[in-house]
Design a protein around this ligand. Structure first.
Ligand code: HEM
Length: 397
């Protein structure tokens, strides 16, 4: 829980219910009024719990715990009337709420208990009020506002805890999914390698040609496994981009040199040599590698891969268009989702990484596709000159 964020939201709730300094004064004025009844109120509070099994089940510490809790509730009540309603107060109230989440108390019971406290305190004020009756209602109103605010903090603690639990579950689910995909993606090449090793070690009179065939196959499978691992490490350690003025055409050249473009794929480029973009060079290479690799993999029987770049709306657009299998419309929106893939092979991280990089460069990525016609992936990023110059300027200052 971020204390300053919690305090800010408490301040907002205070203004929402119209809480102000007069309210605090009026509540402080009630302290002496209700003091004689606080002991019995606390007793009634804990006498009520055993009547509700779903609530009582969290009371695991017997009479000693009840004795201790009565003291805790008493000091909780003292602080309710004395304040100050500052960051420490809010943090302690939130922690009490969080404690009830930890013990597994259903959130509706603290609500019910607050209602019991409100009724008991109200009755006590009405019974013992000595001042002008006209002064009693505003005082009670202030007390009710404060009880509402405290109850909101307890509910907030439940909400924060549930959000954390959800996050943990989502993370565990994602880890489960990732490790499942990794296991699947690595098991395939390992099995192929194992088969080749078996053939090489147990095969009778293996020809030189057969041997080199197995070795090449193993080499390819090692590349596949490496591809899976680098996709993961790219995702895991994607540093904050350090943008510079980068010539798009040069990066495309480097990418095409590192990737294996099958013979059946014709690459056509249309990028001006002086087209520059404000980007982290290494990360731009990851973006273009993933788009080119996807384009190539979409054309198992060969085809044309067109890579073009142009100045566009104060930035630079780079498109990678393939004449491959295409993607169904209902899948287009999910392409950059981590672990989502339309391919038989692949871990589904490439485009997720691409999106993260593009968005960190304040860019956009979009896809259009037609089944059996092809797919176009277009990345837009802010242009290089201005930003890079500012950046370089900033670096030299
Ligand atoms: C107005 C609502 C409530 C208030 C203001 C309140 C207040 C407190 C306070 C101040 C503590 C001590 C927290 C700590 O040591 O960190 C506490 C703990 C506890 N409360 Fe409540 N409580 C409320 C409702 C309930 C209800 C409805 C139940 C059960 C049905 C309950 C059961 C417990 C238990 C079991 C603990 C002890 C946890 C431990 O072992 O540390 N509380 N409560």
């Amino acid at each position: 829980m971020d204390p300053s964020e919690l305090m800010a939201s408490f301040r907002d709730l205070q203004s929402y219910v119209g809480w102000n300094a007069e309210d605090a004064d009026r509540v402080a004025g009630l302290r002496e009024v209700v003091a004689p009844d606080l002991g019995s109120l606390v007793d009634e509070f804990y006498d009520e719990i055993p009547r509700h099994p779903q609530a009582h089940r969290v009371m695991t510490g017997g009479a000693e715990q009840v004795r201790r809790l009565k003291l805790s509730l008493r000091s909780w009540l003292d602080e309710l009337f004395s304040g100050p309603y500052d960051e420490q107060y809010v943090r302690r109230r939130w922690l009490v709420g969080s404690r009830h989440v930890e013990i597994g108390l259903d959130p509706s019971y603290p609500n019910a208990a607050f209602s019991l406290l409100r009724a008991g305190l109200t009755a006590s004020v009405r019974r013992r009020w000595l001042g002008e009756s006209s002064g009693m209602w505003p005082a009670l109103q202030s007390l009710h506002k404060l009880l509402d605010l405290d109850s909101m903090l307890v509910q907030r603690a439940y909400g924060d805890q549930y959000a954390r639990q959800m996050q943990r579950q989502e993370r565990l689910a994602a880890i489960g999914q990732i490790s499942g995909s990794i296991a699947h993606e690595l098991r395939n090449p390992l099995n192929v390698i194992k088969t080749s090793i078996y053939c090489l070690t147990h095969g009778k009179s293996i020809t030189e040609e057969k041997r080199s065939e197995h070795l090449q196959r193993m080499d390819r499978q090692v590349d596949v496994a490496n591809g899976v691992i680098s996709a993961l490490s790219d995702f895991a350690r994607l540093p904050t981009p350090s943008p510079d003025s980068v010539a798009v055409d040069q990066v495309v050249t480097e990418v095409l040199e590192t990737l294996t473009i099958p013979a059946g794929v014709v690459v056509v480029r249309d990028i001006a040599r002086d087209l520059v973009v404000a980007a982290d060079r290494q990360q731009l290479a990851i973006v273009l590698s993933n788009l080119v690799r996807n384009g190539v993999e979409a054309m198992p029987h060969g085809g044309k891969l067109a890579i073009s770049g142009r100045a566009d709306a104060g930035g630079v657009s780079v498109s990678v268009i393939d004449t491959g299998v295409g993607i169904k419309p209902d899948r287009l929106g999910r392409l950059t989702e981590p672990l989502y893939t339309t391919k038989a092979r692949g871990i589904g991280l490439g485009l997720a990484i691409t999106r993260v990089i593009v968005e960190r460069h304040r860019g956009t990525i979009r896809f259009s596709s037609e089944v059996d016609v092809g797919t176009e992936a277009t990345v837009w990023m802010p242009s290089g000159a201005a930003d890079a110059q500012d950046e370089n300027q900033r670096r030299t200052e």
